[in-house]
Design a protein around this ligand. Structure first.
Ligand code: ITT
Length: 200
């Protein structure tokens, strides 16, 4: 079956295609560029799951196809869980990964190494045109480092070292990141539901 990926974030698109292919979900993924009439969906929810469902429902309704959405972000302990659902626009410039990362680094610069805990969170939502919905979540715990390292991934990956690693998530291979990432975990949990929905 055909499924619309309800995201405009290039980093997510790359990872979602990879994770769903690796999970063996037999779907033909359609990009949002095929539906130029679908505008930006207001992300007014108070949680990753609410926002992922808002995006998936809006795109499923407008496209007439099942839609999958990802809402994700980085929750920093020393910042009481911020930027969280505001991760994409933390600096005030939506999707400016470099500005967001630099602001976050400045905000934790005085936080001692022992208190640098953080986690990425991802909500993976599936919505059907008839209004049915499913959602699955995943997290990846780790610490924020002092300076960016690595060129893989996207967003805050260069300043995040996953638990049990010495490399940042931007220094991991694609397969290594997918195996432990919040997105990998969330979408592998959604994969069987997606496969079942599309076959029946
Ligand atoms: P869409 O709503 O179109 O999907 P978006 O970028 O606005 O794109 P979000 O509101 O979910 O999506 O914001 C996610 C942000 O969280 C993203 O821009 C990154 O800054 C950060 N983020 C999420 N997953 C990440 C990852 O795997 N590595 C690094 N940063 C990540």
């Amino acid at each position: 079956g055909r499924v619309v990926l309800a995201t405009r974030n290039a980093g997510k698109i790359t990872e979602l295609r990879r994770i769903l292919a690796e999970a063996g979900v037999p779907v033909e993924i359609v990009g949002l560029e095929e539906f130029p009439e679908i505008g930006d969906v207001p992300e007014t929810g108070l949680s990753f799951a609410e926002n992922a469902l808002l995006k998936a429902h809006a795109v499923a309704r407008a496209s007439g196809l099942p839609a999958v959405a990802d809402d994700s972000g980085l929750c920093v302990d020393a910042l009481n869980g911020m930027p969280g659902i505001f991760s994409a626009r933390w600096s005030g410039r939506h999707g400016d990964d470099l500005a967001n990362l630099e602001l976050l680094l400045a905000q934790v610069s005085d936080v001692p190494a022992a208190h640098r805990g953080a986690h990425f969170a991802c909500a993976a939502a599936l919505a059907l045109p008839d209004g049915r919905e499913r959602v699955a979540e995943g997290t990846m715990h780790g610490v924020i480092v002092d300076a960016p390292r690595g060129t893989g991934g996207f967003g805050y990956d260069p300043i995040f070292v996953p638990e049990g690693e010495s490399r940042t998530s931007a220094e991991l291979s694609a397969a290594e990141k997918d195996a432990i990432s919040h997105r990998g975990r969330a979408f592998r949990a959604l994969a069987p539901i997606l496969a079942e929905t599309l076959s029946g």
